[in-house]
Ligand binder design. Structure first.
Ligand SMILES: C[S@@+](CC[C@H](N)C(=O)[O-])C[C@H]1O[C@@H](n2cnc3c(N)ncnc32)[C@H](O)[C@@H]1O
Length: 274
């Protein structure tokens, strides 16, 4: 088991693609209307817990959509990332808390929260942890917004030899234990939904795919290059005997970046007590 670490550079690279994907999903989730319906009583600020907040991308995207004043509890085990969360805008208070979600999930102030949210977390967690999350939310009837969970789809246009093999090895690598149990990877949302329904939640889901177009902009090319390198490294770790072939795929894919489109499948889930 190795604890998951994420660089602030990587989180910054993905943030605009996350934001665009979430905005498309928000319309399909009817997120604004649902958040308005969940709004706390007049005079009470939203109390939101952001699990595995990194540098705060989730709060930056979601705060403008929450009507009224807000208090955010931003939780991560990586102090360096927590320190990079910028001061929020008017009407939003942020408290940063360093915490290992495996050891201490239940110690969070669930009783006081109106909304628990996370982005790009669920595919890292194991099944038992997911059930602990649902139990903690259900006990206090807290709404959930879980964004940007990968669902295993990678569509390269044009395709290239090796895409399939790398995709399978990458998916296997994703299921390794990252400190929160054997990771569910692409199965995270399919595991979460029935658990939420069983706990009495109403559930909506919508695709929040990354659309990366190497023909478009340098930011697309940077993200795609970083994804190719990350996928190749993971695949090599998973199948070291295939190193030459996998490094071949990496360099072929790298040369094609400026003419390639890549769609990476993600799903957003919104749930509230029925
Ligand atoms: C993919 S990043 C997502 C960060 C942020 N939510 C975003 O969307 O930019 C996953 C985050 O999970 C955090 N993390 C991983 N394991 C954790 C654990 N056991 N306890 C708390 N945070 C953890 C990492 O430090 C990292 O910030």
């Amino acid at each position: 088991m190795s604890s998951a670490t994420f660089s602030a550079d990587w989180l910054g690279l993905r943030e605009p693609f996350d934001a665009a994907a979430r905005s498309r999903a928000a319309a399909r989730l009817q997120l604004d209307a649902r958040l308005a319906a969940l709004r706390p009583a007049t005079g009470t600020p939203w109390r939101v817990i952001d699990l595995a907040c990194g540098t705060g991308a989730n709060q930056r995207w979601l705060s403008p959509r929450l009507p009224g004043p807000q208090q955010w509890l931003m939780v991560d085990h990586d102090d360096a990332l927590l320190r990079r969360i910028p001061e929020p805008g008017e009407g939003v208070d942020v408290v940063r808390q360093r915490l290992d979600l495996m050891a201490s999930l239940e110690t969070l102030p669930w009783h006081a929260a109106h909304l628990v949210t996370a982005s790009a977390l669920l595919d890292l967690v194991g099944e038992a942890w997911l059930h602990r999350l649902v139990a903690a939310c259900a006990r206090h009837r807290v709404a959930l917004l879980m964004s940007l969970s990968v669902d295993g789809r990678h569509r390269w246009t044009p395709e290239a030899p090796g895409d399939g093999e790398v995709g399978l090895l990458f998916a296997a690598h994703q299921r390794r234990d990252k400190g929160l149990g054997a990771a569910l990877g692409a199965k995270a949302v399919a595991t979460l939904l029935p658990a939420l329904r069983h706990a009495g939640y109403q559930v909506r889901q919508a695709r929040s795919d990354w659309m990366v177009d190497g023909r478009r902009h340098t930011t697309d090319r940077h993200l795609m290059g970083s994804l190719i390198d990350g996928m190749a490294d993971a695949a090599v770790e998973q199948a070291p005997e295939r190193t030459d072939a996998l490094r071949g795929w990496q360099s072929r894919r790298g040369e094609l970046v400026a003419q390639t489109r890549l769609r990476v499948g993600h799903v957003d889930v919104l749930a509230w007590p029925g």
